[in-house]
Design a protein around this ligand. Sequence first.
Ligand SMILES: NC(=O)c1ccc[n+]([C@@H]2O[C@H](COP(=O)([O-])OP(=O)(O)OC[C@H]3O[C@@H](n4cnc5c(N)ncnc54)[C@H](O)[C@@H]3O)[C@@H](O)[C@H]2O)c1
Length: 276
Amino acid sequence: MSYNLLKGKKGIIFGALDNKSIAWKVAEKAHEEGAVFTLSNTPIAIRFGEINVLSEKCNAPVIPADATSVPDMEKVIRESMEHLGGKIDFILHSIGMSMNVRKSREYDDLDYDFYHKTMDISAMSFHKMLQVAKKLDAINEWGSVVALSYIAAQRTLYRYNDMADAKAMLESIARSFGYIYGREKHIRVNTISQSPTRTTAGSGVKGIDALFDFTERMSPLGNATAEECAGFCIVLFSDLSRKITMQNIFHDGGFSSMGMSLKAMTQYNKCLEDEE
Ligand SMILES: NC(=O)c1ccc[n+]([C@@H]2O[C@H](COP(=O)([O-])OP(=O)(O)OC[C@H]3O[C@@H](n4cnc5c(N)ncnc54)[C@H](O)[C@@H]3O)[C@@H](O)[C@H]2O)c1
């Protein structure tokens, strides 16, 4: 069902790889809600992923860019404004990658070149996106920029590794830039801390199935799906959330406020009985 929440709004959606991607679901919903937008991803992701299918479905051109490159970022934002016929209203940063996670390097044995890359791709790219957008004066007043985060920014989760540091930095960028962008241009900057979700990036974390089951049992409302996350992104892009900025908002079925739940305790007890 559409509420036309983004009617007349223009945007850029970064990070749709395939139909499991959170950004993919956001694009589908933004289209349903009346927005026009461009899509962006790396040349390699465009070649090996399915973004062209999404592009056709949403009538949204794809602009290749490596989010760690400032010139690429300038190109995406300039070309998006040209294509969309003026300034934009929303940006989604749905980008993350860690070679340390991919190569199973433990946190006390990190490869520092990989570590730099994790921070650049998963966090600093958000600053680059915001800085370029501000310098080009690309976003309309009361526009909204959203990045996707994870609770490992606040709490230690086994195997999330250097991505935890990247998410902590990402959330801090939202606050620091959000202050300046809010003060000068009334532009909102927030992060959404999403439940574990079965996507390509999500599956990169070894043991995601156990984690997924654990958070499902711990959350009174259950894990939030990619579609539900997309719905919340739309609310943050819409005019219904004009005074929310510099926030990290947990979209996790209540997981972040839990210590122990009945469902998790029941399962844990079963394992203890098995041990006896
Ligand atoms: N899946 C989860 O469990 C989960 C939970 C919380 C937060 N998140 C976050 O959601 C966001 C989207 O991830 P997803 O789960 O939809 O997985 P995904 O793999 O579908 O998306 C990650 C995207 O990042 C893009 N990317 C990687 N390097 C890039 C670069 N240099 N420049 C531009 N794009 C680049 C990839 O091409 C891909 O499209 C990430 O920030 C991720 O950390 C995911």
